[in-house]
Design a protein around this ligand. Structure first.
Ligand code: SF4
Ligand code: SF4
Length: 379
């Protein structure tokens, strides 16, 4: 039996949500008709432990809407697995924060999408959401919980990044920046970042890391950003990108028990099974599971990645991005390596050009209008 270490299970604990965010990839709102019962949730926790899972991230929808949240969270911790919670932060109640403290969560992540309240509220679909989420964050900080902020970037908020950094820096808040995908029903494709804007997000993360020490402003990019850049360091937590980890070290479980390699790949075609039938232990250890990810062969790469010298280690970038943009796995058209070939083709062809790029690539006036907008306010 092949042995894959399951580092993290991302669990959509419910699809119910009290907000109506335009970019929500799972179009959350109403709970699924067939969500796992408390007993089934307990069984899933036990199965995850048996599978060797190290940590569980409870997300939604809005996970605090489920009344059995606390019993399941305690079960996860009682079994010795780490617990993370991803919330919109709008159910503001100090009792929630006080009950989180003894669970010693690894992270309490709150979604914040803008520095300006009206932009955040517009994106999140409810007036007052920004104020509520910040109240939640302040309470969590007061009780010394490890707070992170997750920002999903698209055309409506890319200009907010520098101002958000000003709000977050020096607050002991970790910041994860990711880009919006087009899977959600409420999201217009017109709001997706274009290539230059997408690259600018990586540039922004790199500039923030250069300008601020980690203690002052810890920032990371999600899996959708990066891969073999000649100019930017790896923006993710991984020291070196070794390919998509869906079904290799991460797993997604929907609130009805459907198992996917990654919840961002929100397509029924890639459901490996359901925990009600086979159980996670069996699914994770089945030689036929996650074949598209575990058994990747270079000849399966799409035309964007097939000729790439990094293919063996990179395996074609982020499979969610790849599928969204090309309908094909292992074919990410938005990797930084490729974007740089297109944006900086002339400069990359000469040693002097490469040196100049390294020197000037982070300055406001490089020549990209969109970069300049994002970098406005750069110190
Ligand atoms: S072209 Fe494909 S394989 Fe090469 S670095 Fe980019 S995403 Fe990875
Ligand atoms: S599909 Fe993308 S987001 Fe999902 S695990 Fe793979 S790299 Fe990460």
């Amino acid at each position: 039996m092949e042995n894959y270490q399951l580092a993290c299970c991302v669990w959509e604990f419910t699809l119910a949500c009290n907000l109506n965010c335009i970019h929500c990839g799972s179009s959350a709102g109403k709970k699924r008709a067939d969500e796992l019962t408390t007993e089934e949730a307990f069984k899933l926790c036990e199965d995850l432990k048996k599978t060797g899972c190290l940590g569980v991230a409870l997300m939604g929808g809005e996970p605090f809407l489920r009344k059995d949240f606390w019993r399941v969270a305690q079960k996860i911790r009682g079994l010795g697995m780490e617990l993370s919670v991803i919330t919109n932060g709008t159910i503001v109640d100090e009792e929630i924060i006080k009950k989180l403290v003894p669970l010693s969560p690894r992270a309490v992540a709150v979604s914040i999408d803008a520095a300006a309240p009206e932009i955040h509220d517009h994106i999140r679909g409810r007036d007052g959401a920004f104020a509520d989420s910040w109240k939640f964050i302040e309470l969590a900080l007061k009780h010394n919980l490890p707070v992170s902020v997750i920002t999903t970037v698209h055309k409506l908020n890319i200009g907010e990044l520098a101002k958000m950094r000003d709000q977050l820096k020096g607050r002991k808040i970790a910041w994860q920046v990711q880009t919006a995908g087009s899977e959600g029903r409420r999201f217009s494709k017109d709001l997706l970042l274009d290539e230059e804007e997408f690259y600018s997000v990586g540039l922004f993360i790199e500039a923030t890391r250069r300008g601020y020490c980690t203690a002052e402003m810890p920032v990371i990019g999600a899996h959708d950003l990066g891969f073999n850049s000649r100019m930017l360091k790896n923006t993710s937590l991984q020291g070196k990108w070794e390919g998509c980890q869906a079904g290799i070290s991460v797993l997604g479980v929907r609130s009805n028990g459907d198992v996917l390699g990654c919840l961002s790949i929100n397509d029924d075609k890639y459901v490996e099974g359901n925990v009600r039938k086979a159980g996670v232990f069996e699914l994770w250890n089945s030689p036929s599971s996650f074949a598209w990810s575990r058994r990747f062969k270079p000849e399966q790469a799409g035309s964007n990645c097939a000729p790439c010298k990094y293919l063996d280690s990179c395996k074609g970038g982020c499979n969610e991005m790849s599928l969204m943009k090309t309908g094909h796995f292992h074919n990410d058209p938005r990797c930084f390596w490729k974007i740089e070939q297109r944006l900086f083709q002339k400069e990359l062809n000469s040693p002097l050009g490469r040196a100049m790029l390294k020197l000037r690539g982070f300055s406001v006036g490089y020549g990209f209008r969109k970069l300049a907008e994002i970098f406005r306010g750069e110190r």
